[in-house]
Write a protein that binds this ligand. Structure first.
Ligand code: ADP
Ligand code: ZN
Length: 218
């Protein structure tokens, strides 16, 4: 069973790889970032709480995030596998998932971490454009869509995320090192951890991840 966690700093290419993985292996793509952005767009109670926190680059409180994922992971479409993108991001979130996963018969089977040097993360985030409809990511110089400003995948207009500015990015990176990085050792200890170099290029990275998933999915 492919019950996957995809992790990596902001700008590592999680979203791009997530899109490729879910298309290839027919898994539901569970991105907590996308779920929060949707909640904000719809003005739900969670959205109202998360809006300022996310714009500033901070993490949404664990209780709210864990509740959201619990509900989503329990839906029938996760029965044959799932891809978690951006969750867990803290040790308490990982512990909650370690409890929930087995409870619902859906324990995590592997963790994919994408690593990229900090200068490159800064470049990527500064030029990033995203599709608010399907979640696909582009870059103004190095990953242009076929038609400027339009999503290749679904035709929606692209936007720049509110938290993709220098100030919020610095906060996100700090939070990443302080709260998310410790998950590396956490999952190494469980024997679930797989690390990938995020500098090899989109297609090569996709190939490397694919090879692992094909082997694990047997
Ligand atoms: P990125 O990985 O590019 O920073 P995401 O789209 O994954 O972006 O997340 C955007 C924002 O949503 C995060 O900066 C954070 O504020 C919030 N968020 C997403 N996932 C979580 C999580 N698991 N726990 C807490 N906050 C989260
Ligand atoms: Zn799209």
């Amino acid at each position: 069973m492919l019950n996957i966690i995809l992790m990596g700093p902001p700008g590592a290419g999680k979203g791009t790889q997530a899109t490729a993985i879910v298309d290839a292996f027919h898994l539901p793509h569970i991105s907590t970032g996308d779920m929060f952005r949707e909640a904000i767009a719809q003005g739900t109670p969670v959205g109202l709480k998360a809006k300022e926190i996310i714009a500033a680059g901070n993490l949404v409180p664990d209780e709210i995030t864990i509740e959201l994922v619990k509900e989503r992971l329990s839906r029938p479409d996760c029965e044959h596998g799932y891809l978690l993108d951006g969750f867990p991001r803290t040790i308490p979130q990982a512990e909650a998932l370690d409890k929930l996963g087995p409870e619902i018969g859906r324990p995590v089977s592997l963790v994919i971490d994408i690593t990229v040097p900090e200068e490159e993360l800064i470049r990527r985030i500064a030029g990033r454009r995203v599709c608010p409809s399907c979640g696909a990511s582009y870059h103004v110089d190095s990953m242009k869509p076929a038609v400027e400003g339009i999503c290749d995948r679904c035709g929606h207009e692209l936007i720049q995320r509110k938290d993709d500015n220098a100030e919020s990015f610095a906060v996100r990176l700090q939070n990443y090192y302080a709260s998310t990085q410790p998950l590396v050792d956490y999952y190494k200890e469980q024997g679930l951890y797989h690390c990938f170099d995020g500098m090899v290029g989109k297609a090569n990275l996709e190939k490397a991840i694919n090879a692992l998933l094909e082997e694990q999915g047997q």
